[in-house]
Design a protein around this ligand. Sequence first.
Ligand code: SF4
Length: 341
Amino acid sequence: LVFGTHSLHHFPELMYNALLDGKRVFERGNDDNQLYEGFPVKRDGTFKGWLPIMYGCNNFCTYCVVPYVRGRERSREKNIIVSEAKNMIESGYKDITLLGQNVNSYGKGLENEITFAQLLKQVEQIEGLKRIRFMTSHPKDLSDDLIEAMRDCDKVCRHLHLPLQSGSDKILKAMNRRHTAGEYIETVGKLKEANPELGFSSDFIVGFPGETDEDFAATLDMVDRVGYIQAYSFKYSRRAGTPAAVYPGQVPEKIKAERLNVLQEKLFSRQLNFNKECIGKIMPVLFESKGKKKGQLFGRTPYMQNLHAEAPAESLNRILPVRVTGATVNSLSGTVIQQQN
Ligand code: SF4
C-alpha cells in the first residue's frame, strides 16, 4: 500500500481495498490542499517531542522539492496546537519543538489570523511545559514581533536555527531565498541585541550551480560573522523537477567535496570552541535517556548540546543544573550539582 501524506485520511479505505482485493494499492491522487485533523498520534519520545503547527511550503527555493511533494502552506488552528501541547505535557513531555517548513509564516490564511509570535506566547502559558523550541525559521519572514516574543518568553530556548544556505547574494538569489547576506546579518544583529545569550545554528549548501570560489568565500565569511554554534552542511545535489537541477554551471563533485571539507572544518572548530567555552558553567539539562556508560544519563542543554553525566535513574525527565566539566565537538560531560525539578 503506497500513498502520499496528503492521502493520510484515506488510509482506512485504502487499507480495506488492499485487504479485500489482495492487491497492491498505489494512491497518487492530487493534493486537495486541505488540512485534516483528528488522527491518532503515536510519539516515539517521552520527554522531548515534536508538534507540527503547519504543513507544506510556499517558498519554492530552487533546490527544494518540498512545495511539490508537501503542497502549499497550511497552518493548524491555534486551539488544536495548544490542546495537543497540553496532552503532551500530561503524558510527561517537558520539551516541545514546534515544527513547520517555515514557522515564521504560521497563521496566514487561518480564519482567525494569528502570527507565530502570538502562538509562541500562548504556548508559553502552558503549565508544566519547560522548554519551547521551533524550526524551521526562514530568515526573510523573521519579524520584529517574533524577536520580542523570543526575548519575553522564558521557556523559549536561547537557540535559533536560522538557515543561511549561502553567504553569496548571487547564490541566494539563484536559490530564490529572497533575502541578502546583509539582511540576514541585520536580523541576526537585532536578535543578538534583544537576546545576547542567543546561539545560532544553520544549514548550508555548498556547490550550488554557479557557485564560484568567491561565492564560497562569502559563505565562510558569514560563518565567522554570525559565529554559529552548530550547523548542518551538505553538497548540493540535484532534485528532479526543481529549477536548479537544470541550471547551467553545475559544480563538479570534486570541488563540492573540497568546499564541504573546508566549511565543515570551520564549523566544527567553532562548535568545539563553543562547547569548550561552556566548561565551568552551570547549565540546565533535561535528562532524557540512559547514557552510554553504566550510571550515566544522557540529556540536552537549552542549546541542544548532548551532555552525559552520572545521575540516578530518577533524574530522567527532570531538568537539573549541571556543571560542565568536559567538551568535545559533539558532546559535553558534567556533574549534577543539586537536584531540583
Ligand atoms: Fe520551503 Fe525550506 Fe524548501 Fe525553501 S528550503 S522551499 S523554505 S521547505
